[in-house]
Design a protein around this ligand. Structure first.
Ligand code: KG4
Ligand code: ZN
Length: 334
């Protein structure tokens, strides 16, 4: 069974094709990075317009990569939320059009669940219960995936998402958008202990706070500038990144221990971060926990994860009506 997945929740027009739930046949992304770069962030109206331009060519490229025709597709899955309303609507409308024209099922998919389920394309079926850290540009939460596939939230950021913090600090120090990968690169040549940036909310809760860290970095850079001291930006990037990673690792692994779970999944764009991957790998190794992380192209937004998640819903007999609505605030747990 071939499922086509459409992802337009933010700034990537992405289409993936998955066969029989686990086999990746195509994963095509039309990136809008260059369109948004001059603004230093995603401009919702620009994103929606670009999705309209890129939608059908991206579907065609994905079909070509899979060696398939549209008539071979058995179902169409689409991110229905969370995300930017105008951007989501383009994907949802396109998916409805394909479902209606080809008389195939439509499946609305939760973007955050799709990030978690992306791992099945490389690591096989998830075997919950497990703990997942979902870290992206818009979300940062620690959740339990229950044996029935449902999610229970343990904690989340009370202010900035991790990706948002990466992007804001990158912008402040003059790096290109999106800033996460740029900080990751810059930090490789820096000392993670050069600056003692704060780790907030290191109490028993699973909630996180990253805006104080962001302010501390900015204040330190301003202080150095006022004192005529040239900052070593690689050291700043490495120390900032280490502070974020410390909090994510500590809270996620404490959640796993408290819940008595020995499987940990990392999901979302920030799971592409090399230091986050390295630290989780080291710590899970020591603890004897099974760590599941998708490869980098399956961490950042993509259509294959939507096709995979949609395939799971179809296998469970779940489809959506053609009146499927885009929901910018769709929750993962609840
Ligand atoms: O999941 P995603 O592609 O889109 C959303 O659903 O938000 O995540 C995008 C976020 C951006 O903030 C981006 O800077 C961050 O993921 N990101 C990274 C890295 N690659 C992407 N952050 C840190 N290190 C990276 N290597
Ligand atoms: Zn995402």
């Amino acid at each position: 069974m071939l499922v086509l997945g459409i992802e337009t929740s933010c700034d990537e027009t992405a289409v993936g094709i998955v066969e029989d739930r686990f086999t990746l046949q195509a994963n095509v992304i039309a990136s809008q990075v260059e369109l948004h770069a001059p603004y230093g962030g995603v401009v919702p109206e620009v994103a929606a317009r670009a999705h309209l331009d890129q939608m059908l060519p991206t579907v065609e490229t994905a079909l070509a990569h899979a060696g398939a025709r549209i008539g071979d597709i058995d179902a169409v899955a689409v991110t229905s939320g969370p995300g930017l309303m105008g951007a989501l609507l383009v994907g949802v409308s396109a998916a409805k059009g394909i479902a209606l024209a080809h008389d195939i099922p439509l499946v609305g998919v939760n973007h955050l669940r799709a990030h978690v389920e992306a791992s099945q394309l490389e690591h096989g079926e998830l075997e919950p219960p497990l703990v997942a850290l979902v870290v992206s540009g818009g979300h940062t939460s620690i959740v339990v995936m229950e044996p029935d596939g449902g999610f229970r939230q343990l904690g989340s950021t009370i202010d900035d998402a991790a990706g948002e913090a990466f992007d804001k600090i990158a912008r402040f120090i003059g790096l290109d958008f999106p800033g996460g990968p740029e900080i990751d690169r810059l930090a490789r040549g820096g000392d993670p202990e050069a600056y003692a940036f704060p780790r907030a909310l290191m109490d028993a809760s699973y909630d996180m706070s990253l805006s104080g860290l962001k302010t501390a970095v900015i204040r330190e850079l301003r202080r150095m500038e006022a004192a005529g001291v040239e900052p070593d930006l690689a050291d700043v990037a490495a120390s900032f990144q280490e502070a974020i990673v410390d909090v994510q690792v500590l809270k996620t692994l404490r959640a796993a221990a408290d819940e008595g779970l020995d499987q940990v999944v990392l999901a979302g764009g920030v799971a592409a971060n090399s230091r986050l991957r390295e630290r989780f790998t080291q710590e899970c190794d020591v603890n004897g926990q099974r760590l599941i992380i998708p490869s980098v192209p399956l961490c950042t937004d993509n259509g294959a994860m939507v096709a995979a998640s949609g395939s799971n819903l179809l296998a469970a007999g779940v489809t959506s009506e053609l009146c499927l609505a885009a929901d910018p605030n769709l929750a993962l747990a609840g």
